[in-house]
Design a protein around this ligand. Structure first.
Ligand code: NDP
Ligand code: HEM
Length: 481
C-alpha cells in the first residue's frame, strides 16, 4: 500500500516529520522550521477544560426504534410511528471523578442520550438513578463541592459528604441507592437510565401530560461489591471502556427498553408527594410503565475526542411534543448546560460533529465568533437580521406548546416534606432481602465510618427516620469496623 503524503494543516506537503531543520548537523534549530513550531503548539492546545462534573465518560453511537404507539401523548416526530428509527449518541459517566478516574468507583452514573431527530436534537440527560440528592438548584454547587477534593488535603472528604447529606435529609433516598448493590454497575450496559425529572409531553390536540422517562437494561443488572471493584481497579482503571469495546466489537450490542410513566396534567397535586420533586419517584403501582421503544448502541465512535469528549448534552435541547415541568432543578439545568458548553467547547459548540443535527438543517441568525465554520446566508447575504424582506427564515410554531398551568405567589419556599421524604427510601429499603440490606449497611459503614462522631450521629438520626432497622444495621456495621 502506498502511503499518502503528510501535509501541513494548510494542505501543503511536509518535507520531514522527524528531523528538525538546524544550522549544521549539531544545531541549533532554525525558527523557520514552522512545521516543528506548529507540532509543538498543537500539543499545547490538545486539552480542553474537563466537565466540572461527569468528567469521566464512555460513549457509543446507535439507534432508537419505536415499538409502541404513544402519539396520544406526544406529537414529537421521533415517536410518530411504529418502526421509526432515529440515530442516537450516548455518553455514560461517573459524577465526581476527574477525567482519569477509575471506572469501577462507587458513584452515580450519568446516562446521556442525544436523539438526532428530524425536528432537531432531543437530549435526554439523565442518571442511572430515578431520583437525585437535592431538590433546589441552589444546593447543587455545594453538593458537588462535597463530592470533589478538599481544598487543603486535595483528597475526597467523606466528612464533607455526610455533613452535607445529614443537613439535607431528602438526600437519603439517593444515598441509599448509591450505597446499595446498584452503586457500582459492572459496566454501563448493566444499568438502567432515568430522565429522573418530571418532564411533559403534549399531543397534536394541545393536551399536556406529565411524564417520566425510563430506559431499562436488557443485559440485566450486574454490579460489583466494594472488594470486587478494588480488584478490578487494581487490574485496570478503564474497565467500562474495555467492556463496551469488547461487546460492540463482538456484535453484542447493548440494548435498553424505553418506557414512560404518564400522569394526566390535572392529577398533579393529588399525591402525598410533590410530583415535580426530583427526590421522589412515581410508584409503579400508581403510574405503570408504558413501553415505547428500543435503544440499541451498536457503533464505536471513530474518534473518541470528536464524538464523546466534544459531545454537549443539555436538557435545553428539546423538540416539539416534549417540554419541561415546574421542577425548579430542571429550569436551572436548562441554563447551566449550554453555559458550560460555551465555556468548555466554545460559542459554536452546536456545530461540532457530535452536536450538529444530522436529520434536519440548521437555520439561525447567530453571527460570528471563534470557529464559525458554517454559513448562514440563506441564499441571500442581505438576510442577516430578522424580520427581513429577503425570505430569510422566520419562526413557525407548527406545534405550539400548550400554556403551562402554573400558579402561586413569588417567594422562596423551603418546603419540608416531613415523613414524605422518608417513605420512598423506606419502600426501597423494605424491598431489599437480608443480603442486600447487609451489603447496604456495610457499604454505608465503609463510607461514613471515618467521619467525626457528630456527623455520624446526625446521619444515624436521618436513617432512623427511614427505618430503625436501617439505622441500627449501619451503626453495628460501623462499630464492627
Ligand atoms: P416497584 O416494586 O414497582 O419497583 C421497585 C423498583 O426498584 C424497580 O424499578 C427496580 O428496578 C428498582 N430497584 C431495585 N433495586 C434497586 C436499587 N438497589 N436501587 C435502585 N432501584 C432499585 O416499587 P415502586 O414503584 O412502588 O417503588 C418502590 C421504591 O423503588 C421507590 O421508593 C424507589 O426507591 C425505588 N424505585 C422506584 C422506581 C419508580 O420509578 N417507581 C424506579 C427505580 C427505583 P428494576 O425494575 O430495574 O429491577
Ligand atoms: C453534566 C450542571 C443536575 C445529569 C453537568 C454539567 C453541568 C451540570 C454544568 C457539565 C456539562 C458539560 O460541561 O458538558 C447541573 C446542575 C444541576 C444538575 C446545575 C442541578 C441544578 C443533574 C441531574 C442529572 C444530571 C438531576 C440527572 C438526572 C448530568 C449528566 C451530565 C451532567 C448525565 C454529563 C453529560 C454528558 O454526558 O456530557 N451537569 N447538573 N445533572 N449532568 Fe448535571
Amino acid at each position: 500500500m502506498t502511503k499518502s503524503t503528510l501535509t501541513t494543516s494548510a494542505g501543503a506537503p511536509v518535507e520531514s516529520n522527524n528531523t528538525t531543520k538546524t544550522a549544521g548537523p549539531r544545531g541549533p534549530a532554525l525558527l523557520e522550521d514552522y512545521q516543528l513550531i506548529e507540532k509543538l503548539a498543537h500539543q499545547n492546545r490538545e486539552r480542553i477544560p474537563e466537565r466540572p462534573v461527569h468528567a469521566k465518560g464512555w460513549g457509543l453511537q446507535g439507534k432508537f426504534t419505536v415499538t409502541h404507539d404513544i402519539t396520544r401523548y406526544t406529537c414529537a416526530d421521533v415517536f410518530s410511528q411504529n418502526g421509526k428509527q432515529t440515530e442516537v449518541l450516548s455518553r455514560w459517566s461517573t459524577v465526581a471523578g476527574e477525567l482519569g478516574a477509575a471506572d469501577a468507583e462507587r458513584d452515580v452514573r450519568g446516562f446521556s442520550l442525544k436523539f438526532y431527530t428530524e425536528q432537531g436534537n432531543w437530549d435526554m440527560v439523565g442518571n442511572n438513578t430515578p431520583v437525585f440528592f437535592v431538590r433546589d438548584p441552589y444546593k447543587f454547587p455545594d453538593f458537588i463541592r462535597t463530592q470533589k477534593r478538599h481544598p487543603q488535603s486535595n483528597l475526597r472528604s467523606p466528612e464533607a459528604m455526610f455533613d452535607f447529606w445529614a443537613s439535607q435529609p431528602e438526600s437519603v433516598h439517593q444515598v441509599t441507592i448509591l450505597m446499595s448493590d446498584r452503586g457500582i454497575p459492572t459496566s454501563p450496559m448493566h444499568m438502567n437510565g432515568y430522565g429522573s425529572h418530571t418532564y411533559s409531553l403534549y399531543n397534536a390536540q394541545g393536551e399536556r401530560f406529565w411524564v417520566k422517562f425510563h430506559f431499562k437494561t436488557q443485559q440485566g443488572h450486574q454490579h460489583h461489591t466494594n472488594r470486587e471493584a478494588e480488584d478490578v481497579i487494581g487490574r485496570t482503571r478503564e474497565s467500562y471502556q474495555e467492556e463496551l469495546l469488547k461487546a460492540v466489537s463482538a456484535g453484542n450490542f447493548p440494548k435498553w427498553t424505553m418506557y414512560i410513566q404518564v400522569m394526566p396534567e390535572e392529577e398533579a397535586g393529588q399525591q402525598e408527594y410533590n410530583p415535580f420533586d426530583l427526590t421522589k419517584v412515581w410508584p409503579h403501582g400508581d403510574y405503570p410503565l408504558i413501553e415505547v421503544g428500543e435503544l440499541e448502541m451498536n457503533q464505536i465512535p471513530q474518534n473518541y475526542f470528536q464524538m464523546v469528549e466534544n459531545a454537549a448534552f443539555s436538557p435545553s435541547n428539546k423538540v416539539p411534543g416534549i417540554a419541561y415541568s415546574p421542577d425548579k432543578m430542571l429550569q436551572a439545568r436548562v441554563f447551566a448546560y449550554a453555559d458550560a458548553h460555551r465555556y468548555r467547547l466554545g460559542t459554536h459548540y452546536e456545530a461540532l460533529p457530535a452536536n450538529a443535527p444530522k436529520n434536519t438543517s440548521v437555520r439561525h441568525y447567530h453571527k460570528d465568533g471563534a470557529m464559525r465554520f458554517f454559513t448562514n446566508d440563506f441564499g441571500n447575504p442581505d438576510a442577516y437580521y430578522e424580520p427581513n424582506q429577503y425570505e430569510g427564515p422566520a419562526a413557525k410554531p407548527e406545534h405550539p406548546e400548550p400554556p403551562l398551568r402554573i400558579e402561586g405567589d413569588a417567594g422562596r419556599y423551603d418546603v419540608e416534606e416531613a415523613d414524605v421524604d422518608y417513605k420512598q427510601p423506606r419502600a426501597l429499603y423494605d424491598s431489599f432481602d437480608a443480603g442486600q440490606k447487609q451489603r447496604l449497611h456495610s457499604n454505608m459503614a465503609e463510607a461514613v465510618g471515618g467521619c467525626s462522631e457528630g456527623v455520624k450521629a446526625r446521619w444515624y438520626a436521618v436513617l432512623e427516620k427511614v427505618s430503625a432497622e436501617y439505622a441500627e444495621g449501619v451503626k453495628q456495621a460501623v462499630n464492627k469496623r
